[in-house]
Design a protein around this ligand. Structure first.
Ligand code: MCA
Ligand code: AMP
Length: 502
């Protein structure tokens, strides 16, 4: 991956690579800033040799120079979200057994404190003074490149380790399928600690020699840029498309027709990370004339399925396997499902991750004879895949983020007024699912949502905090004493997909 990125950047030093709040940055600037970060990291060593390095930067030049600099020096990037409380940074850096932290000036105080507490080196990704790292280590393709944390069926998020060649396979598959070129400019509003933002948007843009324009998500500003006539690509999660539609529906007629004119320059709009409701796809098409392209993927495998760039995009479906990706749907015994029968999606190929960090057993059990078991259930008809849901009730998708009910339960179990609790995802128009806490309060106490969220704010990312609270005298349990979540969901949302399926 790194070799190709550097080669592309060197070939077009003058071409704009990134746009952020500070302005436009060329590929030449990106290269020299990355070399400075590499020099700071290397100091008296020749190769970081796979050391995990935290990266805490606002999306923009500092982030990308930090990422490339860590790679040039032979390290593994562990991206951290600037929006998270420091407790989340600690837990990621500790799980990754990180050796250093690269941060921009906006996060200097927070990162310095975290680095002190964890006894890590803290390195600035900022500009001056420019340094020359001298000869850089050879980065073989099978060396690990990035560790992204994913929440799953365990209470602690797992570090998904992906090599340079695997990232390159993920990116090449999308560059080919969606015909990326150096003429593209993508508007980037997604977080950079997950695959959607870091691989599908940033990785593909720079691999193709295109320009990536960063902007924090804000409905009015995003519409203005999409309607400007100089953006060619946009990728987002269903919650973002729904929010943009809400803004559009109350905008002035004149503003809408100006925007519509500029939208012709956008050649592709992609939705992913969670199911795109057909109603959103249709409303978007009606307002903008664009049919959203829905695709399916996962941190461990990159993207696996996609509707076509050219040809019919089937509403409610995620299309067919992407180039270089093997996909199958199997029943509980591992046998291929006949056409139209639901089964688990399994994926194999060069785009699949290396390992869960420090968890060989979890890595082994994630595979079935070389096929990665996604835990997602789908049916295939005429070769086209339709996602039906997930096998586990403990995984919740909210606002495009995957969160683990078990992780949230573990944190809130520490709350003095809570005797028992269960966290479930309930269907929600805006967020897809809403994190819902069902709690049994201690006798004589009252548990209220806002104070509960405040209590959780320093411990968990904002999107993991329950936004619905249900108080119960007891929780339904099965014969083994486990909370019966399907029953709980059925009682709270009788018409939910999940309640009927589980
Ligand atoms: C934030 N809030 C929420 C949620 N998130 N409330 C309920 N449910 C949520 N999920 C609350 C906050 O607590 C806060 O409340 C208020 O909303 C504003 O918070 P903020 O963080 O500013 O949220 P936002 O800016 O409104 O964010 C909405 C968003 C964001 C832009 C849709 O969620 C987002 O960027 N999502 C994209 C995630 C993504 O990239 N996923 C890809 C994962 P208060 O005011 O009380 O503080 S990768 C993946 O899934 C795979 C591989 C794939 O296929 O792509
Ligand atoms: P993550 O672990 O954050 O990478 O999230 C991956 C999960 O997001 C998958 O296992 C699916 O459950 C879900 N997902 C991604 N894209 C889609 C989609 N288009 N439709 C439904 N679910 C999706």
């Amino acid at each position: 991956m790194l070799k190709h990125l550097i080669h592309t950047a060197e070939r077009q030093r003058q071409h704009p690579a990134l746009i952020d709040a500070a302005g436009i940055h060329s590929y030449g600037t990106l290269l020299s800033r990355s070399r400075t970060v590499a020099a700071r990291l290397l100091q008296n060593t020749e190769d970081l040799d796979g050391a995990r390095i935290g990266l805490l930067c606002t999306p923009g030049l500092d982030y990308v120079a930090g990422q490339w600099g860590i790679w040039m020096a032979g390290g593994v990037v562990v991206p951290l979200s600037p929006q998270h409380p420091s407790a989340e940074w600690h837990s990621a850096l500790e799980s990754a057994e990180a050796g250093a932290l690269v941060a921009d000036s906006a996060h200097a105080p927070g990162s310095a404190e975290t680095a002190r507490e964890l006894d890590l080196r803290c390195v600035a990704s900022g500009e001056a003074p420019a340094l020359d790292p001298g000869p850089l280590p050879e980065i073989r393709a099978n060396r690990p490149a990035i560790m992204l944390f994913t929440s799953g069926t365990t209470s602690r998020p797992k570090g998904v380790v992906t090599s340079h060649e695997t990232i390159e396979a993920q990116v090449r598959s999308l560059v080919e399928a969606w015909e990326w070129s150096a003429r593209d400019r993508i508007l980037h509003v997604l977080p950079l600690h997950h695959i959607h933002g870091v691989i599908n948007v940033l990785g593909c843009a720079l691999y193709a020699g295109a320009c990536c324009e960063f902007m924090p998500f804000d409905e009015a500003r995003v519409w203005r840029r999409l309607g400007s006539g100089d953006v060619s690509l946009f990728m987002a999660v269903p919650t973002i498309y729904r929010r943009l539609l809400r803004w559009w529906d109350v905008a002035e007629d004149a503003e809408r027709s100006d925007l519509r004119a500029g939208l012709h320059a956008v050649r592709l709009m992609v939705s992913g990370s969670a199911a795109l409701p057909v109603s959103v796809l249709e409303a978007w098409r009606e307002r903008t004339g664009h049919t959203l392209l829905e695709r399916y993927g996962m941190t461990e495998i990159g993207m696996a399925l996609s509707n076509p760039l050219h040809g019919e995009r089937v509403p409610g479906s995620v299309g067919t396997p992407l180039p270089g990706v093997d996909v199958r749907v199997v029943d509980e015994r591992g046998a291929a499902c006949p056409e139209g029968a639901p089964g688990e999606i399994q994926v194999r190929g060069a785009t699949v991750f290396q390992e869960y960090w420090g968890a060989p057993e979890a890595t082994r059990s994630a595979f079935d004879n070389g096929w990665f078991r996604t835990g997602d259930v789908a049916v295939v008809r005429d070769g086209v895949y339709r996602i039906l849901g997930r096998a586990s009730v403990d995984i919740i998708k909210t606002g495009g983020y995957k969160v683990s009910a078990l992780e949230i339960e573990e944190v809130f179990r520490e709350h003095a007024d809570i005797v028992d609790l269960a966290v479930v995802g309930l269907p929600d128009e805006e967020w897809g699912e809403r994190v819902t806490a069902v709690v049994v309060p201690r006798d004589g106490t009252e548990v209220v949502l806002e104070p509960l969220r405040e209590w959780g704010r320093t411990r968990l990312a904002a999107y993991k905090l329950p936004s619905l609270l249900v108080v119960r005298a007891e929780l339904p349990r099965n014969a083994m004493g486990k909370v019966n979540k399907p029953e709980l969901i059925r009682s709270l949302a009788p018409h939910s997909d999940r309640a009927t399926k589980l």
